[in-house]
Design a protein around this ligand. Structure first.
Ligand SMILES: NC(=O)C1=CN([C@@H]2O[C@H](COP(=O)(O)OP(=O)(O)OC[C@H]3O[C@@H](n4cnc5c(N)ncnc54)[C@H](O)[C@@H]3O)[C@@H](O)[C@H]2O)C=CC1
Ligand SMILES: O=C([O-])CC(=O)C(=O)O
Length: 256
């Protein structure tokens, strides 16, 4: 039996808990203090709520970050420094170049989950031959952008047709939209980097989906990938596929 630590107790963490493979158990949840009573009530002694990963008395087989870019910045180094395996979904944290360097040199094992997008394997292969252009566009409902920096760029209540409200680099997108543009960072890290990956963010009142469009061109030829994902019921910002990529990381623990 493999025993994992989850960081976060929000929509994605709940979706992961519901789908944990049979040979994987949840041992610890790093969560804000106000979640601890609910965790104890739900899991009894089986799962220990923690304020910090470092409070864990054992070595988890995997630490699964499903919380925020801020959580990666706050705990990432300490986890890796212990030699533990950390898988992160809030990949946009690596838009902070200094943090990326610290995590790369901290030890342990860092895995970037594919999250809400597909095609990163092909993009990384294409990179071996040289990539000339990588662009990414996210199209989500106005509801999915609510509470984000988008509110300063567009009137989300008044948007009547699909509208691009942000264009810039993956680094800018990931930092300005920490709960919405991690995919931009994932694509950047697999391809031409944070500064050369061009990103468009779009609000579309006619959609209920989170649609990710990836275009890459290089020596290999070109590809155009469009993924139309269903958001989680509890968080319209987050695609179901992102949670499933975390479940897959758990399943892989049992397949080694
Ligand atoms: N790579 C990808 O494709 C995607 C990545 N994400 C990332 O996953 C994160 C989680 O998504 P959801 O669960 O839907 O968000 P959510 O807002 O429903 O839940 C986040 C949870 O993490 C907790 N949290 C945040 N920072 C924390 C910290 N420093 N310490 C302890 N707990 C902390 C919050 O209290 C909350 O319980 C997003 O914020 C985003 O960074 C989300 C969607 C796609
Ligand atoms: O789940 C999604 O559709 C994408 C997302 O939030 C992100 O890239 O951070």
């Amino acid at each position: 039996m493999k025993k994992i630590m989850l960081i976060g107790y929000g929509a994605m963490a709940q979706a992961v808990i519901e789908r944990l493979p049979p040979q994987v158990s949840l041992g610890w949840i790093v969560a804000r203090a106000h979640h601890h009573a609910a965790i104890r009530t739900r899991f009894g002694d089986q799962v220990q709520p923690l304020l910090l990963p470092q409070d864990c008395p054992q070595t988890p087989d995997l630490v699964l970050e499903c919380a925020s870019q801020q959580a990666v910045a706050q705990y990432g180094e300490a986890i890796l420094h212990r030699g533990w395996h950390l898988a992160i979904v809030s990949t946009g944290a690596l838009a902070d170049a200094a943090l990326e360097q610290r995590l790369q040199h901290a030890g342990g094992k860092l895995t970037l989950l594919s999250g809400a997008v597909a095609g990163i394997d092909g993009l990384a292969a294409a990179k071996e031959g040289g990539l000339q252009q990588v662009t990414y566009r996210a199209r989500k409902s106005p509801l999915s952008w609510r509470g984000s920096y988008a509110e300063q760029l567009i009137d989300l209540n008044a948007v009547s047709e699909a509208q691009i409200f942000f264009e810039g680099s993956a680094r800018e997108a990931a930092r300005l939209f920490p709960a919405n543009a991690n995919v931009a960072a994932t694509i950047a890290l697999g391809g031409v980097g944070m500064d050369d990956t061009r990103v468009q963010l779009m609000a579309d009142p006619t959609t209920q989906r989170n649609t990710h469009t990836l275009y890459a061109q290089g020596l290999f030829g070109e590809f155009h990938l469009e993924l139309s994902g269903l958001p989680l019921a509890n968080n319209p910002k987050t695609s179901t596929l992102a949670a499933l990529s975390a479940v897959r990381a758990c399943r892989e623990l049992t397949q080694r």
